[in-house]
Design a protein around this ligand. Structure first.
Ligand SMILES: [Zn+2]
Length: 711
């Protein structure tokens, strides 16, 4: 559909619906709130209350009362003289399972209209018996981010201007992002694809002073990516992304400038524009797109996966809402699929528990594992879910689920505007923390990613088609006391003996498919290309080796044992695992796994050579091969690869001689040279395209020349 500028809508009737619900007023209208305070502390009275303002929320902190069961947070609107202008309302209930350090209780009060002024009080309860309220603290909350008198900063979303009565429409989103793009040098808006109904899928690319101009240049900055809205009826995160976009585009604060000087931030506000416009979970075909990121049957998911291939974010967040009134504010979950490299799982867990839990306890937000509080059917191992797909692409990441209702701990959210503001600003907090985590932890993230790529390319260990890693529980009574279900793999979902490659027939590879919209889908060849896997065409079929960075994902789509596969590819097992004495001449297909070659290896024209965990006394030379893959291996001699026609990959090898890659003309396949230790010189010349290291540097003891000079 054509996207046009919107008609302006007047909202006075909708705004009337935003008045708050009222519970137990304890301050009469017009009475100075401060008159209620007592001069001398009463028994069990909360003391030390402080209120700190932030974007869309206020952090309350206080000194705990011995023996308290929980605390109630009361908020009263006041004028500049701290005279109440409305009823006092209990807006929050603090419980011990909110945060990991109970000795310093905090609560993020949110839901109010930013910029309004309030008085807060906190009281302890012993069981249900209320104790005296604290001395009140008053403050003016922060107005929506951005000076209304500064161009750019003054932009506001439809959601903001209607005070959360309306979500930002598609046309308003396009107009807003176009204005952000026009007014800020730091932003480039890229259309990464179109929805089934032809809505643009935009991505905002942020850098300082300007964003890198190509996807490849962005990838070199170890970017991070936020996917804001895949389920169209879960809009809270998307509004946070749009406000965050304004702050990143125009914020002059040192933290924003520092972040964007060191990396690139990628924000996709709405991958599912059709579903958002219709307020449906799925896209216009009814497909749940968060069950399609591996299969990429839909144009929306295919667009996102191609973006991942080209921009290569090292870390990600995926925004959702969760219809569970008893969960925490911010359920989160790492990629759990057991084929995800342990390094990626561990670093994702560290981001959640080491960063989000810790910062949440400071700022008053309740992060917890998704799937806690009776959610045993959610947060499992489907590789079709972006969280797991990203993990299988070696990206540190988490799901974010905004608790959709106020629940028992936020009793003022019967008012839908208050509820929407709490959700959106809790997402704003999470995404801002995600930026902080990335800035502080990038060396650890890159290390995890490098080790994960090397592990995957080594093609070692069993394959699991479905099944999750357990999420160890955080010590009670803190977040995690009721964690997500274990979801261990069933025996029929495990393959202990991993093949070397899958072989596809012409029909499997290039044949027409009927699993896309309207029965017209991209071919397996096109989907493999979207994921960025290497494929070698040989006389007898198309080989997809497992010695690749996405080794954990490949079998899930090409093996008959996969739970949701594309095709039943033929498992091709290693042709050699033992010792070979003397020269080895390779023609046709050869795969060595854990072998030893006592002699030189010569790969003949048109041959496919794959070796993992193998020791070769060398030299190794390949001239005109169809495909050459070497991973986790040792070569005691020089390696020369030239004239390869389909694919070249050398990952995590120790090579004692010189390494030379020349005149490899591999079409769309980018030769991969990553994580190798080379004792001789490394030179690359006349390869098309030029080799990459995917951010995993090689250690070279000697000069580097030509296209490999920076690898
Ligand atoms: Zn969702």
């Amino acid at each position: 559909m054509r996207i046009r500028r919107p008609t302006v809508v007047v909202l006075s009737t909708l705004l009337a619906a935003t008045l708050g619900t009222v519970t137990a007023p304890s301050t009469a209208l017009g009475q100075p709130a401060s008159a209620l305070q007592t001069a001398v502390a009463e028994p069990n009275q909360v003391s030390g209350l402080t209120v700190t303002q932030a974007d869309g929320y206020a952090t309350l902190a206080w000194t705990p009362v011995e023996g308290a069961t929980d605390y109630q947070i009361e908020r009263t609107p006041v004028d500049a003289g701290n005279v109440a202008t409305g009823p006092a309302v209990v807006v929050g209930v603090w419980r011990p399972n909110r945060q990991i350090n109970n000795e310093s209780p905090t609560f993020a009060d949110a839901g109010f209209s930013p910029g309004d002024r309030f008085q807060w009080r906190v009281r302890a309860r012993f069981d249900t018996t209320a104790q005296p309220y604290s001395t009140p603290v008053s403050g003016t909350t922060l107005s929506p981010w951005g000076d209304p008198n500064v161009p750019g900063e003054s932009l506001r979303t439809q959601w903001e201007t209607t005070k959360a009565a309306q979500y930002t429409s598609d046309v308003e989103e396009y107009a807003y992002t176009a204005e952000v793009d026009r007014l800020s040098e730091r932003v480039r808006v890229v259309e990464i694809g179109r929805t089934v109904l032809n809505r643009p899928i935009n991505m905002l690319v942020f850098g300082y002073p300007t964003p890198p101009t190509t996807a490849q240049a962005v990838a070199a900055t170890s970017p991070l990516a936020i996917n804001c809205n895949v389920h169209g009826n879960e809009p809270g995160d998307r509004e946070a992304c749009l406000v965050l976009a304004r702050k990143l585009a125009f914020g002059k604060d040192a933290k924003t400038v520092d972040l964007l000087s060191h990396t690139t931030v990628l924000i996709v506000p709405t991958i599912n524009g059709d579903g958002r416009a219709a307020n449906t979970r799925g896209n216009s075909t009814g497909q749940d797109l968060n069950r399609d990121y591996s299969l990429i049957r839909q144009p929306e998911t295919a667009a996102y996966v191609r973006m991942l291939r080209d921009y290569r974010p090292v870390a990600g967040y995926d925004g959702h809402e969760y219809g569970n009134s008893t969960a925490g504010d911010l359920p989160m979950l790492p990629p759990r699929h057991q084929n995800v490299a342990k390094q990626i799982f561990d670093e994702s867990m560290d981001m959640i528990e080491g960063h989000m839990y810790v910062q949440g306890a400071k700022d008053g937000w309740w992060a917890c594992p998704y799937g806690c509080e009776g959610g045993s059917g959610v947060g499992l191992s489907e590789e079709t879910i972006l969280r797991n797909t990203l993990g299988l692409k070696n990206t540190v990441n988490s799901l974010l689920e905004l608790r959709s209702s106020g629940g028992q701990t936020r009793p003022d959210e019967g008012n839908s505007a208050n509820n929407r503001r709490r959700k959106t600003y809790s997402a704003f907090w999470t995404f801002s923390q995600f930026l902080d985590y990335h800035r502080a932890s990038l060396p650890a993230i890159k290390q995890a990613r490098s080790e994960a790529i090397e592990f995957q390319a080594s093609n070692t260990g069993r394959l699991v088609f479905r099944g999750s890693r357990p999420i160890p529980l955080h010590p009670a009574p803190h977040p995690g006391e009721a964690g997500p279900r274990d979801d261990l793999p069933e025996p029929e979902m495990i393959l202990d003996n991993a093949p070397c490659a899958y072989k596809l027939t012409e029909e499997q590879y290039n044949g027409a498919r009927t699993d896309g919209p309207g029965g017209v889908g991209a071919t397996v060849a096109q989907r493999i290309a979207a994921h960025g896997w290497k494929v070698v065409k040989a006389a007898d079929g198309y080989y997809v080796p497992l010695a690749q960075p996405e080794r954990g994902l490949i079998p899930l789509l090409l093996d008959a044992q996969g739970a949701e596969e594309w095709v039943d590819g033929q498992r091709v097992y290693p042709t050699s695992t033992g010792r070979h004495n003397g020269p080895l001449s390779v023609s046709g297909f050869t795969c060595i796994s854990g072998g030893t070659v006592n002699g030189p290896v010569t790969v003949r024209p048109g041959a496919v050579f794959i070796a993992t965990g193998t020791t070769i006394s060398g030299p190794v030379s390949a001239t005109g091969a169809a495909g050459f893959f070497l991973a986790n291996s040792t070569v005691r001699g020089p390696v020369q690869i030239s004239g390869t026609t389909n694919a070249v990959s050398l990952v995590d090898n120790r090579i004692s001689g010189p390494v030379a890659l020349s005149v490899n003309n591999t079409g769309s396949d980018v030769p991969l040279l990553a994580g190798n230790a080379v004792s001789g010189p490394l030179s690359c010349s006349l390869n098309s395209p030029a080799p990459t290291n995917l951010g995993v540097p090689n250690q070279v003891n000697g000069p580097r020349a030509g296209q490999c000079a920076a690898l």
